[in-house]
Design a protein around this ligand. Structure first.
Ligand code: 5GP
Ligand code: ZN
Length: 142
């Protein structure tokens, strides 16, 4: 499965160059061209899926195993002290390339990077429970 205009499908096909880290039948890991921190890698399925909810479990499992492998390589090879794993879905969530991908970003105490993480609060316990109940009902629906 590939999308003709998808930049990551074209990378998988070798039509656009990338700096490959490893690959197997289902998965490709390569360097992000615009690293948040040097060593920032991307892990993608070779087949075109988007968004995360469309990825079959049989693809998701090797994808996450590859994410873990890259994270270990960042620890061992780069001395990463921490790692961010990020996966954006939809333009509203900051996704630019519409082919499922996991960002694996090595972190260092002195890397100077700060996420704009701005936690909010529920109005009260009832509002929290209302959101949780909507999610539980959706989870109960196959
Ligand atoms: P998104 O915002 O969709 O989660 O992230 C897309 C990522 O893909 C960005 O971090 C961007 O730097 C990376 N990217 C976009 N085009 C290319 C490319 O042609 N080659 C590589 N290696 N990375 C790319
Ligand atoms: Zn694609």
């Amino acid at each position: 499965m590939r999308e003709p205009d998808c930049i990551f499908c074209r990378i998988v096909a070798g039509e656009i160059p990338c700096t490959r880290l490893f690959e197997d039948e289902q998965v490709l890991a390569f360097m992000d061209i615009g690293p948040i921190i040097k060593g920032h890698a991307l892990v993608i399925p070779k087949a075109h899926y988007d968004p995360i909810t469309a990825v079959p479990p049989a693809v998701l499992a090797p994808l996450l195993t590859a994410v873990q492998r890259v994270a270990r390589a960042q620890q061992v090879g780069l001395g990463a002290e921490g790692i961010n794993v990020i996966q954006n879905n939809g333009a509203v969530a900051g996704q630019a390339v519409k082919h499922v991908h996991f960002h694996v970003i090595p972190r260092f105490a002195a890397d100077g990077h700060h996420w704009n993480w701005n936690p909010k609060a529920y109005r009260d316990e009832i509002e929290l429970q209302t959101f949780a109940e909507r999610l539980r009902q959706a989870l109960a629906t196959p």
